[in-house]
Design a protein around this ligand. Structure first.
Ligand SMILES: [Zn+2]
Ligand SMILES: [Zn+2]
Length: 140
């Protein structure tokens, strides 16, 4: 998926491609690491695009609802956002460089969920799972 695809997709679904919307999408697409609302605001200002906090939060929430952004939590209380593929997946989060990658391991997790039903009579409705560690680049 590239930025153009995301933009076309939104347009096809009847959404407006505002200056801020386009800028936020391309900024997050180009960023190596997830960005917080504050960082998004700062980056927009660098490009001379004015946006207040409310606008940024509204935009982020719009992009999340449309399945374009994922919320990533490093555990420091701040929300950060990353453009993700739209299938269900999990994240690896590097604690050194903050790089986040999407990984798919649904097959294995489905097996665990079936086990939970069998052993604990626990019906799983949803799950979240993130792996914190050190990425290959930082490990080199
Ligand atoms: Zn994701
Ligand atoms: Zn790293």
């Amino acid at each position: 998926m590239i930025t153009d695809d995301i933009l076309h997709n939104l347009k096809d679904r009847g959404h407006r491609l505002t200056k801020i919307r386009t800028a936020v999408i391309s900024m997050l697409w180009l960023s190596d690491v997830p960005l917080s609302a504050f960082e998004i605001k700062a980056s927009l200002e660098k490009d001379k695009i004015k946006a207040n906090k409310t606008t940024i939060y509204r935009e982020v929430s719009f992009l999340r609802t449309n399945g374009i952004l994922h919320e990533i939590q490093f555990g420091d209380g701040k929300m950060r956002y990353k453009i993700c593929p739209d299938d269900h997946h999990h994240h690896t989060i590097c604690v050194r460089c903050s790089r986040v990658e999407a990984i798919s391991m649904e097959k294995d997790l489905e097996k665990y969920e079936r086990e939970l039903v069998r052993l604990k009579r626990f019906k799983v409705l949803r799950h979240t799972l993130e792996f914190f560690g050190i990425c290959s680049r930082c490990n080199a």
